[in-house]
Design a protein around this ligand. Structure first.
Ligand SMILES: CC(C)(COP(=O)(O)OP(=O)(O)OC[C@H]1O[C@@H](n2cnc3c(N)ncnc32)[C@H](O)[C@@H]1OP(=O)(O)O)[C@@H](O)C(=O)NCCC(=O)NCCS
Length: 169
C-alpha cells in the first residue's frame, strides 16, 4: 500500500471525475444506516448528490488528495439540510466525513473539518451542525458540543454543533 506523506485539499467541483468513486465509498460506509422503511438512499443517489456539488456555495464537497498520485484520500461535505427529523430548522450541516482506512491518523479528518468550517464562515454561517452514530468522541476532542440525541432511520445519533466564526476556533 502506498502511504502518502502529504495531502492537499481540493474542491470536488474541480475534480468531478472522482464523484462516482466517492459515491461507491460512501454507499459502502453508510448505506446500512439508510436501509430502512421509506428510505431509498443508495450509490446512484449519492452519485447524483456529488454531481450537484458547488464550488463556493452550499452544498459543497471538499476532497483530500495525494498530490503525487492524485489518489483520493478522503472527503467531507457542507450541506443545507441533512434530513434529520425534528432538526430541519438548523443549518448548515457538516456531513459524510470519510478518510480512507490506509490514510487515517495523519490529520486528514481534522483538516477536512477545518476546511468546511472556513467555508461555512465564508458563506456567512455562525455555527455548523452534524449528527453521528459512533464518532461523538472524535468530534468532542475537536471542540464540538453535544446538543441533543435523535433517531436517524432507527439508529441512535448524537447531534452536535460548533461555532465556525474564526475568532472562536
Ligand atoms: C473518523 C475519521 C474521519 C477520522 O479520520 P482521520 O484522518 O484518521 O482523523 P485525524 O487524523 O484528524 O484524527 C485521528 C485521531 O482521532 C482518533 N479517533 C478516531 N476515531 C475516534 C473516536 N470515535 N473518538 C475519539 N477519537 C477518535 C484517532 O485515534 C486518532 O488519534 P491520534 O491522532 O491520537 O492517533 C476516519 O476514521 C473515518 O473515515 N472513519 C469512518 C467514517 C466515519 O466514522 N466518519 C465520521 C462519522 S460522522
Amino acid at each position: 500500500v502506498h502511504i502518502p506523506l502529504t495531502f492537499v485539499l481540493e474542491n470536488l467541483a474541480d475534480h468531478a471525475h472522482l464523484g462516482p468513486t466517492l459515491a461507491r465509498l460512501h454507499a459502502a460506509e453508510w448505506g446500512h444506516l439508510y436501509n430502512g422503511p421509506g428510505s431509498t438512499w443508495n450509490e446512484e443517489l449519492a452519485r447524483q448528490e456529488f454531481a450537484d456539488m458547488q464550488r463556493e456555495a452550499i452544498p459543497m464537497s471538499i476532497l483530500a488528495i495525494d498530490p503525487s498520485t492524485d489518489a483520493l484520500l478522503g472527503s467531507i461535505s457542507l450541506i443545507a439540510d441533512d434530513e434529520l427529523h425534528g432538526f430541519e430548522h438548523l443549518t448548515p450541516w457538516l456531513a459524510s466525513l470519510f478518510v480512507l482506512p490506509e490514510a487515517r491518523g495523519r490529520g486528514i479528518g481534522s483538516a477536512l473539518i477545518e476546511a468546511v468550517m472556513d467555508q461555512a464562515a465564508r458563506v456567512g454561517s455562525e455555527r455548523v451542525y452534524l449528527f453521528t452514530s459512533g464518532q461523538q468522541g472524535y468530534y468532542e476532542d475537536r471542540g464540538w458540543e453535544l446538543i441533543d440525541t435523535a433517531s436517524a432511520h432507527g439508529h441512535a445519533v448524537s447531534v452536535m454543533t460548533k461555532s465556525c466564526t474564526p475568532a472562536t476556533r
